[in-house]
Design a protein. Structure first.
Length: 293
């Protein structure tokens, strides 16, 4: 009987920065990208299931989420090129890409830039950004949900607020975004530890600040380009970060994909891969098995 092998944390040098990544299993490659506020280990339940199914899983820590990979630039295309560097340095052929939150945004952009590199795309909790402005008009509640992005533009105040009382605001975000999930301190403590590293909290917020920074145009164009890669989008019914109605708008714009599916996860919030791992694992495996070489 096949059993999950022990994961190894490895490192790569990308333009002078040291990036760590989980590397587990053997077989066709699946790269999994975490979001905010989270870490690569958010995928452990999915990694275990994928490894048992015969896949090799690579879950990198996004740039800036560890002291050794802090950068001055956090545009979406910077992270796209980080994933491309991982692919090239590890001599990976075509692979499956899975992203959650910021990892999903990076996934859409990677698929637009390097469609020939991918077998399939799977994006959790974030719709394609081409519909976001329309979503703000049709779903006014989303303006309130997204207010934290404006707050994060305040460099000193937002960092102090996030850090105060042992990252109480980060806990609040988790509860607001996944209101049905009774997470434990064991779940969130590794995230707090990651954000406690020198410079890491600022780096993680800089992803949001670069949305409005000079030089952002190329990243914005990449983030809204049509995606020709087969894409499965998973949305939580109770997501307090991205209103589920945004995904219904996305459903009406199916021409963005040659092969596109949307699944609404009943009772799940933003961190669905942590909340309902068995259901998410089943959907992911059913999807990627359709696109084997």
């Amino acid at each position: 009987m096949k059993t999950a092998c022990e994961s190894t944390v490895r490192q790569l040098n990308i333009d002078g920065r040291q990036h760590s990544f989980i590397d587990q299993g053997e077989g066709p490659v699946v790269i999994l990208l975490h979001g905010f506020p989270d870490i690569a280990a958010t995928w452990q339940a999915q990694i275990d299931a994928l490894v048992l199914a015969g896949y090799r899983c690579i879950a990198p820590t996004l740039r800036g989420y560890e002291e050794s990979s802090i950068s001055q630039s956090y545009f979406v295309l910077d992270s796209v090129e980080d994933i491309r560097a991982i692919q090239n340095q590890l001599h990976i052929g075509k692979f499956h890409l899975i992203g959650h939150d910021w990892g999903a945004i990076i996934g859409y952009a990677f698929a637009a830039q390097y469609p020939d590199a991918l077998l399939s795309l799977n994006c959790l909790a974030i719709p394609h950004l081409s519909i976001f402005n329309q979503g703000l008009k049709e779903v006014p509640k989303q303006r309130r949900n997204s207010a934290y992005i404006a707050f994060f533009q305040l460099p000193w105040i937002s960092e102090w607020w996030c850090r105060r009382n042992n990252f109480a605001f980060i806990e609040w975000l988790w509860r607001r975004w996944s209101p049905s999930w009774d997470f434990s301190q064991d779940d969130i403590e590794p995230v707090k530890q990651a954000l406690s590293q020198p410079g890491v909290l600022k780096a993680s917020l800089n992803y949001y600040r670069h949305l409005y920074r000079k030089g952002r145009e190329a990243s914005q164009v990449a983030s809204v380009k049509k995606v020709s890669v087969p894409c499965l989008v998973l949305a939580g019914e109770n997501d307090g970060c991205m209103d589920v109605r945004l995904f219904e708008i996305l459903q009406r714009k199916k021409p963005f994909w040659a092969d596109y599916q949307l699944h609404i996860i009943d009772g799940a919030g933003h961190f669905m891969q942590r909340e309902q791992p068995e259901k998410i694992n089943r959907l992911i495996l059913e999807w990627i098995r359709k696109f084997q070489t």
